[in-house]
Write a protein that binds this ligand. Structure first.
Ligand SMILES: [Zn+2]
Ligand SMILES: [Zn+2]
Length: 425
């Protein structure tokens, strides 16, 4: 019996690793310390969106040291490198986002960020509070390992180090959409793209994924309501834009609760800010509402937007005022191509173990990797960064956010093997 158990253990070990080349596996394990050092350095020296100047220099220096063809200043501070495999074939892109956030770090770490800056007029700390330091370090490791093993590649790998995933500062362009405009998916033309996000509430060694709509399209909307000012004691001589706003908010929620086919995918409308009025006895002339829409299905997205544009002015009109609705799109739907996801899943399962790759539900957060997926088939998954057993992981974008160094090794393995397997299939 004992013999049988150990035989089964050895068998499952061999089976689990059968896909990865032995030398490649050694190279990946050997690079872990470097990846951790890079991560600590980026963590200690975070830079905000569109301001990743030193981060980009370090990335470019590393990629040049590998002998890769490197382009800098793509979409302001982006860095792109192409590795040609020993054999011709398709081109696969691997993407890491590199920016940090205006959050003041509260973790007690040897590599804690003490960086401070001014953001939109407020003095603040700067922190890799979303884990993009790990994404950057992982992809630098993958670039080194794949360069060493380019005899395994039938085609090209394009490494995309993307700035401003969290959104460029007001008035600036940036991120994935600007990289696409500047031609990042061309020359050589990208056939498919992979990306990952480390997660502070997913245990180290595990992967989560979902085919189809994975993260939401994010719209920002502004509704401007116009009424007619009057004395607060005599509402009959005016048109109250505050009352109209209340009716509009109420009405908009019925688009979700009565019109959206919620068994298909979830959808959200949130009004996050209302501005109107000056004092207790004045009915103002105007009111303004700002909010967000989150959708995971292209048809539902179109429906919600068009119904909001119809409904808000109609409600305003019913009460004697008028309303205008404007939309600005921040991210598309992070949509995992069904065929590509099915094709690449065995790779992740062989690396992490079948039981450590979990199918999850969609989230209503947004991710600008979605813009790449609008252009080419893409697959985006979540990588465990939580110390196993941690009962109170802190969420992303908070001062106590933390992901473990140990989580990155599976990230390096995954991105490396996904590229190889995609090109060789
Ligand atoms: Zn984030
Ligand atoms: Zn992020």
């Amino acid at each position: 019996m004992k013999f049988l158990i150990s035989f089964l253990c050895i068998f499952s070990f061999i089976k689990a690793n059968s896909q990865m080349d032995a030398q490649l596996q050694k190279d990946i394990e050997a690079i872990e310390d470097k990846v951790i050092d890079w991560r600590h350095d980026f963590h200690q020296n975070p830079e905000l969106s569109n301001r990743e100047f030193e981060t980009a220099k370090k990335i470019a220096k590393h990629l040049r040291s590998l002998g890769l063809d490197v382009t800098t200043e793509v979409a302001h501070t982006g860095v792109v490198a192409v590795l040609k495999g020993d054999n011709p074939g398709k081109t696969v892109a691997l993407r890491a986002d590199i920016d940090a956030l205006p959050v003041t770090e509260r973790n007690d770490l040897s590599f804690k960020s003490e960086v401070r800056t001014e953001f939109l007029g407020t003095e603040t700390g700067v922190m890799h509070a979303c884990g993009h330091d790990t994404h950057t370090a992982i992809l630098m490791g993958v670039a080194e390992v794949l360069t060493k093993n380019k005899h395994l590649l039938n085609g090209n790998v394009k490494f995309i180090f993307q700035p401003a995933e969290e959104g460029p500062p007001p008035g600036e362009k940036g991120g994935a959409s600007l990289m696409i405009t500047e031609g990042v998916l061309q020359n050589p033309d990208v056939d498919a793209i992979f990306g990952l996000h480390i997660n502070s509430a997913t245990p180290v060694g595990t992967i989560k994924y979902k085919p189809g709509g994975t993260m939401a399209a994010v719209e920002r909307f502004v509704i401007k309501v116009k009424g007619k000012g009057s004395h607060g004691s005599a509402p009959w001589s005016g048109v109250d834009p505050i009352l109209i706003s209340a009716k509009i908010i109420d009405g908009l929620q019925t688009i979700i609760s009565r019109e959206a086919e919620l068994v298909k995918e979830p959808a959200v409308i949130t009004v996050g800010k209302i501005t109107a009025g000056t004092r207790f006895n004045v009915i103002p002339e105007t009111a303004e509402m700002i909010g967000t829409v989150r959708t995971l299905d292209p048809d539902m997205r179109a429906m919600v937007i068009s119904r909001m544009k119809e409904m808000a002015p109609a409600i305003a009109k019913a009460y004697g005022g008028n309303a205008e609705v404007e939309f600005q799109n921040n991210t598309a739907i992070t949509y995992n191509d069904l065929e590509l996801t099915a094709e690449m899943l065995p790779t992740l399962k062989s690396l992490a173990g079948e039981e450590n790759v979990e199918l999850v539900k969609a989230t209503t957060g947004g991710e600008d990797f979605s813009f790449f997926q609008e252009k080419v088939p893409g697959f985006y998954f979540f990588l465990g960064g939580m110390e196993p057993g941690n009962k109170t992981p802190y969420p992303h974008h908070t001062p106590d956010f933390m992901v473990e160094d140990e989580g990155m090794l599976l990230g390096v393995k995954s991105m490396t093997q996904l590229a190889i397997d995609y090109l060789n299939k």
